[in-house]
Structure formats: structure tokens, C-alpha cells
Design a protein around this ligand. Structure first.
Ligand SMILES: [Zn+2]
Length: 363
């Protein structure tokens, strides 16, 4: 019995072994074929659900990549402190052959860039030359580009488009001029005077040439101011008058040197402009009644702030805007910009520098 039993067990094992061998032989090519066809499959043949999973995964991957690279604005290959950008205070200059030189203010980014030295070159020195500091001097009629390049990173540069007019040609009108193809086309230096969106701009970044002299208030400014004074008297029984309006370049030379010798140049820079950088030279500015902090919050100052825009004036250096204007609050210093713009600026609560998106810092 025992031998019979073990014999039949042995033959059963043999059968099982053969059966499983057949199963393996049959299944192996099938599974190989399945793997092979799966590899051959195009993405669109994958079922929609698989697609969604794939998309989700790749989005997650993308998000990971973005969040990893976002804080890093520069490629990893650049060492820290490398210059990665240049911006200029203007990109267009229209000058007469005999005009004074102009010099754009250069800003290199990032703020902690280590080597910010500049290389200047002119594309045509028969039209305009440029010196090592970026002083652009007209030579002859024509057009050229003045390029500033970062000495530490030659891939980074910016161009000033310069057009020089012969003395008998008229310079373009700031209201009608149009440029294209470079950043901040709305900032134009015409005959050494900066216009932004057609408005004459004078601050610590944008000076006037020493020769600019309207010999007094412009007629529009004078007319608008007299209407303002009349309204203050009729509507509020307040007496407003000009303490100081137009000041020539020469007057400002004396005034600033007097202030800086009295208070030091750092203090003087907060309330007085260096010659060429004073808005009073435009003939569009008035210091009303008595310049000084004692004027702040007087009925006259309050009325002036609430009503000046109706006559085309703005409070040029408003409260808490010193970071933009470069000057502490001056309730008495008003600038004529025309009614339409004055209303917009005063309603916006912005100072002129914010409104035009320009800087005001001595170079
Ligand atoms: Zn003033």
C-alpha cells in the first residue's frame, strides 16, 4: 500500500510540474508581448484617467521647479554680486549741435552688485561722443546710439538713442514726439530739458541746463496763480501771494551754497536744490506766502492743498513722500502742470515722481 501511495504521489508531482512548466511557457511570451505593446503605446492612447494622473504629476513637477527657481532671478552659473540689469534715467536725447552735454543716470541691478563699473561707447563719433562717465556731447547732425555696458558682465548693456539737429533745424515738440523700440519711450531729453509724457520734469535726477532761463514765471503759470489768489480771497477771505517764484541758475548757485555752508550739504539737500536741479528755474513754481514749517496746517495751507488743482497746480512735495521726491514736506511749494493733470495727480494721492514713475536722486 505504502509503495503504491508513494508511486501515485510521485506521478501527481510530475504532472503538476509539467503543467506549471506549460503555464510558464505559455504566459511568458504573453506578458513579454504586453510589456512591449505598452512601451510602444503613444501618449494619446493612454486612457483619460491615466492622462489626468500624468498631467497632475507633471504639473506638480512643474510647480516644484518654479518654486525652486522663483527666488533665484539669475542663472546659477553667475556668481553672487554679478550685474544682471542696467536701467537709465532716459533713453532718448534730441539735441542741437551747440547744446550742452547731457548725462543719463545709470542704475545697475541687483543693488548689491559688486563691480558696477561702466564702459561707454558711441556708434558714431561724428554725431555724438561720450566720455568715461557717460557725458554725451553733440558733434554733428545725425543719429547714433550711445551704449553703456557693464564692465563685469558684457552681456548687460543699455542704449541711449541720440538725434542731433543742425542749428537751423527745430527740435521736436515734446507733446507730439513719438519713439518706439526702447524702454521708457515717454522720457525724452530735448535740448537738455527732460520731458516725461510731455511734462517738463526737474528733480534730483533730471537737471536743467544752466542756460535755461525763462526770465520769470511762464505766462500760463502767472495767469493761473493770479486766478488762484483771487479765488482764495473771494471764496475764503484768505490772502495768498508769491514769496518767491522764478529763480535763475545763478541765483540758485548762491542760495544753495549759502544754505549748505550754514546747515551742511546733507541737511541743505532736504530742503534746497543744487543749481540746475531746482524746479524754481522752470518758471512754473511758486513758494506761497512764507516758506517754512510754520505755514503747514494754516488755513492758507489747507485751502491751497484743497484748491490748487482747480487752477492747474500741485503740491509738489507732499507729506510722507520724501522717499520719492527727495524733499521733505513743503506745503507752500506749488508747481504748475495744467488743470487736467493737476486734478488727476491730486486725486491720486501720489506725488509727481510716483505718478510718472521716475526717480529723484542725485547721481
Ligand atoms: Zn520752493
Amino acid at each position: 500500500m505504502a509503495t503504491k501511495k508513494s508511486k501515485s504521489r510521485k506521478s501527481r508531482r510530475k504532472v503538476l510540474f509539467i503543467l506549471s512548466l506549460i503555464a510558464v511557457i505559455l504566459c511568458l511570451p504573453a506578458s513579454l508581448l504586453l510589456i512591449f505593446t505598452r512601451l510602444q503605446q503613444k501618449p494619446e492612447e493612454i486612457s483619460p484617467m491615466e492622462n489626468i494622473i500624468e498631467e497632475t504629476l507633471s504639473t506638480e513637477r512643474k510647480t516644484e521647479v518654479i518654486s525652486e527657481t522663483e527666488p533665484e532671478t539669475q542663472p546659477e552659473t553667475l556668481p553672487p554680486g554679478t550685474v544682471t540689469g542696467i536701467s537709465l534715467s532716459f533713453y532718448h536725447a534730441f539735441l542741437h549741435v551747440d547744446d550742452v552735454s547731457v548725462m543719463p543716470v545709470v542704475r545697475m541691478s541687483p543693488d548689491d552688485a559688486i563691480d558696477i563699473s561702466e564702459i561707454w561707447e558711441s556708434s558714431d563719433e561724428t554725431v555724438a561722443t561720450v566720455d568715461k562717465s557717460g557725458m554725451i556731447t553733440p558733434v554733428g547732425a545725425g543719429e547714433c546710439q550711445i551704449r553703456v555696458t557693464s564692465a563685469s558682465n558684457p552681456d548687460i548693456f543699455a542704449d541711449v538713442n541720440v538725434k542731433i539737429y543742425s542749428d537751423d533745424e527745430d527740435l521736436p515738440d515734446p507733446d507730439t514726439i513719438s519713439c518706439s523700440g526702447s524702454p521708457r519711450d515717454d522720457i525724452q531729453v530735448i535740448g537738455g530739458i527732460t520731458y516725461v509724457q510731455g511734462i517738463m520734469l526737474v528733480n534730483k535726477t533730471y537737471p536743467l541746463p544752466a542756460s535755461y532761463n525763462p526770465h520769470g514765471m511762464t505766462s500760463e503759470t502767472e495767469e493761473a496763480f493770479s486766478q488762484l489768489c483771487q479765488a482764495a480771497s473771494e471764496e475764503a477771505n484768505l490772502s495768498l501771494f508769491s514769496h518767491s517764484d522764478f529763480r535763475s541758475y545763478q541765483t540758485q548757485v548762491y542760495l544753495y551754497s549759502d544754505y549748505s555752508s550754514q546747515y551742511g550739504s546733507e541737511a541743505a539737500d532736504r530742503f534746497s536744490a543744487r543749481a540746475g536741479y531746482s524746479e524754481h528755474q522752470t518758471g512754473m513754481v511758486i513758494d506761497v506766502n512764507w516758506p517754512g514749517d510754520a505755514f503747514n496746517d494754516t488755513p492758507e495751507a489747507i485751502w491751497l492743498e484743497q484748491n490748487c488743482a482747480r487752477f492747474g497746480f500741485i503740491i509738489r512735495f507732499p507729506r510722507e513722500k520724501e522717499a520719492y521726491t527727495g524733499y521733505k514736506y513743503e506745503s507752500w511749494h506749488i508747481r504748475y502742470v495744467g488743470k487736467e493733470l493737476a486734478e488727476k495727480i491730486m486725486q491720486s494721492g501720489l506725488c509727481l515722481e510716483e505718478y510718472l514713475n521716475v526717480m529723484s536722486e542725485y547721481p
